[in-house]
Design a protein around this ligand. Structure first.
Ligand SMILES: [Zn+2]
Length: 128
């Protein structure tokens, strides 16, 4: 069983997934209202404008919550840890794999992105 599933790439998220291959964590900023957001979208979640730009996140943030997936998960090896990450740019919290033992983690802990390069794709995890 693989550790990671290949991401589903589409028009909205292609720039993000390509960025991971170059070890860049790309988020978006709305040119109309200034909102910064992630995951990728084709319109601003705040004002619905499609005048958007891509910006590079520093890939650093805070662990807001976490859990360990111990049962079966379709297509991937368990157990693994997932957590809600709040990046310093505040694009909204999102779920991510965490590459650290569950027992070692603490809510509020500083986290940084770790890039994982598989054969045909790249993904991200976060580490303390
Ligand atoms: Zn906007």
């Amino acid at each position: 069983m693989p550790k990671f599933l290949k991401p589903e790439v589409n028009n909205a998220n292609e720039t993000f997934w390509e960025g991971l291959k170059k070890e860049k964590f790309i988020i978006q900023k709305c040119n109309a209202c200034g909102d910064v957001f992630f995951p990728p979208r084709i319109i601003c979640p705040e004002c619905l404008s499609n005048d958007l730009q891509y910006i590079e996140s520093k890939g650093q943030g805070t662990l807001y919550a976490f859990t360990e997936i111990r049962g079966r998960a379709p297509g991937v090896k368990t157990p693994f840890v997932v957590g809600l990450i709040e990046l310093d740019e505040k694009p909204g919290r999102f779920l991510s794999r965490i590459d650290a033992p569950y027992e070692s983690l603490k809510i509020g802990e500083r986290m940084k992105v770790k890039y994982v390069h598989e054969k045909n794709f790249s993904v991200h995890t976060f580490i303390p």
